[in-house]
Design a binder for this molecule. Sequence first.
Ligand code: ADP
Ligand code: MG
Ligand code: ZN
Length: 724
Amino acid sequence: MDKLREKLKEVFGFTQFRGNQGPVIKNILARKNTFVIMPTGAGKSLCYQLPALMQEGTAIVISPLIALMKNQVDQLNAFGINAKFLNSTLTKGEMTKVKKETLSGELKLLYVAPESLTKEENIKFLKQAKISFAAVDEAHCISEWGHDFRPEYRKIKGILEEIGDLPLIALTATATPKVQLDIKKNLGMDEADIFLSSFNRGNLYYEVRPKVHVKKQLIKFIKDNKGKSGIIYCLSRKKVEEIAGLLQVNDIKAAPYHAGLEPSIRAKNQDDFLNEEIDVIVATIAFGMGIDKPDVRFVIHYDTPKSLEGYYQETGRSGRDGLEGNCILFYRYKDILKLEKFQKDKTVTERENAKLLLDEMSMYSESSVCRRKQLLHYFGEKYDESSCGKTMWCDICKYPPEKFEGKEYVSLVLETAEKTEERFGLKHLVDVIRGVENQYVKSYKHNELPVFGQGKEDKEEFWNSVVRQTLLHHYLEKDLDIIGVLKLTDLGREFLVNPQPITLVKDKDFESLIEQEDDEQPFMSKSYDEVLFELLKKLRKDVARRKNLPPYVVFQDPSLEEMATVYPTSEEEMAKITGVGKGKIIKFGKPFIEFIQEYVEENDIITASDVVIKSAVNKSKTKIFIIQQIDRKIDLQEIADAKGLSYPELIDEIENICYSGTKLNLDYYIENMLDPDRQDEVFDYFMTAPSDKITDALDELGEEDYDEEDIRLLRIKFLSDHAN
Ligand code: ADP
Ligand code: MG
Ligand code: ZN
């Protein structure tokens, strides 16, 4: 051991082994098959790097990503270690060099992509070389039950056998019991020594938030954590671009990262993040594997991830230095449904796998059980009740949920599992308990069981949660061979004979927390300051009276509501309110800004200005086109045709343009549309009308005499003349 530590210090400059590193290395040096399960950032690489240096010959390291390989090889070379990689990016000359140094034994570590390993010529030369051992990094890629399945990983075992009788090291950070079993089976390492580290990351705070007002929450969070490094994960490239743009216009140093970016830009953004030129990287899951930035302070999942494994790996990238890491997940069930839809072209098995992973994800998010407890249970670890809150809490333990006595409920779940012969999954058990008489239930005659329908008083979500908690308490367990099936444990059998009081927690009703999908218009909810709103309405009336205009011409209600939400106290802030353009600020802005300033001071309101979201300039191409065409006095029908819009749709667009504050001169068109007398009639109407509703106008002016579209256009002209 002393010799090992000496070498550790000499080559890597570290004084201590971390966790299981020492025992793992000894095991490898004893030429035994070794299975290493350690969380992300724990230091798996060293487990094979150090023994490679201490033996004759070359160690083969199989690793799934070319970028990862390069990164590791660079780091090793920097330590003065001879390591190289073998993959499709090498030139002929480089290839020859790799082969030569492997055959001569100079090379200590050879990183190989699984694709390259399958090539006949590579197998041939590796057979001739002296190979010390083979390490399979990110070994979970072998399992389709994980989140990262690579079919080529399945061939590894056969090829390694061809190369020689080598000790095997498998390493992974994601091992649910099912994935563990898969790795062992596929690599033929049943007798391997397993080194399992605890997955608990005591320095990470876990929180799940309902996905509402998410942009506002995001910006507020980042501004509250100014200058700290963070990663935001989104599911699509498009979302990555959008959110990176949003952060940038809000003066946050952010950059996007996804597979669709030019490689040079991608590399630059990654480097900028590592070098702290930027604080926040907005990325798809393409970002992060093998990234070793120790001081990432937050990882935010803007979209719900596809699996708990992926989620755990990604959150694991925060707080690697052992200090604070905040992990926030924005969740809504709709995201889960969306992800399920993405699977529709896959095979049945793939779809079913994906669905089970997604179910785990949604149950985790909706559950009111300690996050840490759930995560550790998922990774097959026995949970110690005091694990949460030693350093950091999770949201559940910090704000404890309602609890209830669950003895009767758990008994019913266990009885149902037993009576259905422990051959079914959660959904079926819940169906039987709730008395759902579907085909499936009937085909097994489970509707004739005494337990059938005994829990029909309670909702499906409730029972899902009870079954989940029965699992978490180890009364039920997942069958490792047949995925989805739940079986009784010995504890569970005991409970059936002798039921005990058991405290369960009540889940929050997530969907009622998300009443409204308001991503795009975060300020349109009813959460405005009603007092200020009423006062602003009064002010609007005064201003309108003085200017001799109807109130809605000054500002419309949604604009006032928004003002009563974000309290704009300067012209710039006012300009960000929907429906307020430059023209309106000049004409009407001043009294409103002054009024809000006073109100804010009097009431000691901390203005939301630092939380206000500026949206990126959102004049879509179509809008710009329409504005240009109207400037050129092009016939409206022609504009509509050119953009493939119907006439009413075009008018919708024009209204939007006008309501967001851009002045449009439609005189050229209106002159040809209606004679001046009738125009005046409509204008007079709008001048005195209590509202600008089109239906009211049609009632008043007569539907026979005017088309809806005509009136809408005239209203636009009226508003343009007076309001913008
Ligand atoms: P993993 O592959 O498990 O996610 P890595 O092998 O990339 O983790 O290691 C994570 C970080 O921990 C690296 O920066 C590495 O240099 C560092 N590290 C590994 N072992 C030690 C040690 N014994 N002492 C200090 N730092 C270590
Ligand atoms: Mg690693
Ligand atoms: Zn907790």
